[in-house]
Write a protein that binds this ligand. Sequence first.
Ligand code: FAD
Length: 474
Amino acid sequence: MCENRCRQHGSLYNQSTGLEVLVEQTTDVAIVGGGIVGSAAAYVLARYTTVRRITLLERATVIATESSACGSNSQTLHVGDIETNYEPDMARRVRDDAELIAAYLDRHPRDASAYRRDHKMVLAVGVREVAQLTARFAAIRDLYPALRLVDGPAIAVLESNVMAGRNPRVPVAALVSHEGYTVNFAKLAASWIRAARASSAQVSVLCGMPVSAMRRADDGFVLAVPGGTIRARAVVVCAGAYSLLFARRLGYGQELEFLPVVGGFYRTTIPNVLTGKVYTVQVPERPFAAVHGDADVRNAQWTRFGPTAKPVPMLARARARTIPDFLRTIVWSARGILSYLVIMCRPQLFPFLLKMLIIESVPFIGKRVFLRDARKIVPKLRVSDIERVHNEGGIRPQLVDTRTMALQHGEGRIEGDRVIFNVTPSPGASVSLAVAARDAEQVCAWLGATFDRTRFIADHTRVPMDVSVPRTAA
Ligand SMILES: Cc1cc2nc3c(=O)[nH]c(=O)nc-3n(C[C@H](O)[C@H](O)[C@H](O)COP(=O)(O)OP(=O)(O)OC[C@H]3O[C@@H](n4cnc5c(N)ncnc54)[C@H](O)[C@@H]3O)c2cc1C
């Protein structure tokens, strides 16, 4: 997947021998970071623009090992129908952006292991949540013609374990869609890299190439990499949590800082507990998904529950050596520090984060507290039925705007002169292709190149499919 060879000059950086031979490459666009967002950028630039030289620089030895790795995220192509914390406007935007990926997946059956089409639902439990979900259905039903409001018996047909053992006096309802996509975003990223390299553009994908510094030069930017430099006319930084650090070093995003929130998962010890995705009603002011359960894209027999949400002073999960980097993202002013305090103490957030801290950090009790949330989905789950998935989960780089002292929902984008910094908490993977298209358009404007938007849209429009599945309307 990665080639550590610089085509223009034939120089070599050999990761396995540790041999560092001078890298001196000149490129039109350098992409920093090879997660789903950087891979999407390479794909769109290579296939839909007249930009000729594209270089992707990835710190790790393979692409998509951080937030975009399969075990790091919830594997959901978010379209806004079952995400009750999205305002209708955001739901519409995410739907349109995610639709591009749905179309790509449908049109690339060769990459079938990258995704599965599943049913999905958001479950409301209790009078208040049922009323809330009913009102939401009325507000968004025109946006999602395939969405249905269903009652308990209809839920049981799809997910018997969701209704088994449930108190019949507590009302339930669900918004159900049969058009869900469960996605291995790392495999999707690999598919985009293959497509980019099969194009007529010169695409270099250099892994094991951490960009340690970036400075402005007359003709663009100079990026420092092991053993040399890369000169680029424009740069798109897609380095996850590190994007803000790069931006700050070049003088951008001085009013922004991070609340890094780690998300982990539990897995059932018994197979086939759920067959699709079951989300729960979320608190609108909270940018983190409420606990949900679903069948893993890697093996449909595994059922995962999560993600948890614990703030950590790090930029990568379980890597204490990134603490100094996190400290560099803090706006060291009274307003910067106050922003953290104000956000963490918000009534919608404080009890939630405290509970998550207990779940993540307190042995014995943490698992039992988590089980209470998971039982909202599968009432008969026992403590012995779930186990922590170790070494999986990722960091959500939630942006904090110190001017408003508020958390930003969704992805963040900082645009400078010939440089773009993408910061992508959830639903960043779902909107990655749309982000890449916006970036490509801007990069082309800077470089005097053209972006063939018409062909891009035509290639990423879904061919109508037969979704003739039983729909039980309540
Ligand atoms: C628990 C959890 C659940 C989630 N669930 C979903 C979901 O269901 N659906 C969804 O759409 N989104 C979800 N997300 C969000 C989604 O995972 C991210 O938005 C997405 O993966 C971000 O992709 P990225 O390419 O920006 O970042 P990453 O995948 O983190 O990639 C960044 C890359 O940059 C590289 N890098 C960093 N610094 C450097 C450097 N100096 N030089 C070179 N390379 C560098 C890293 O090695 C990494 O490969 C979830 C996130 C979490 C944490």
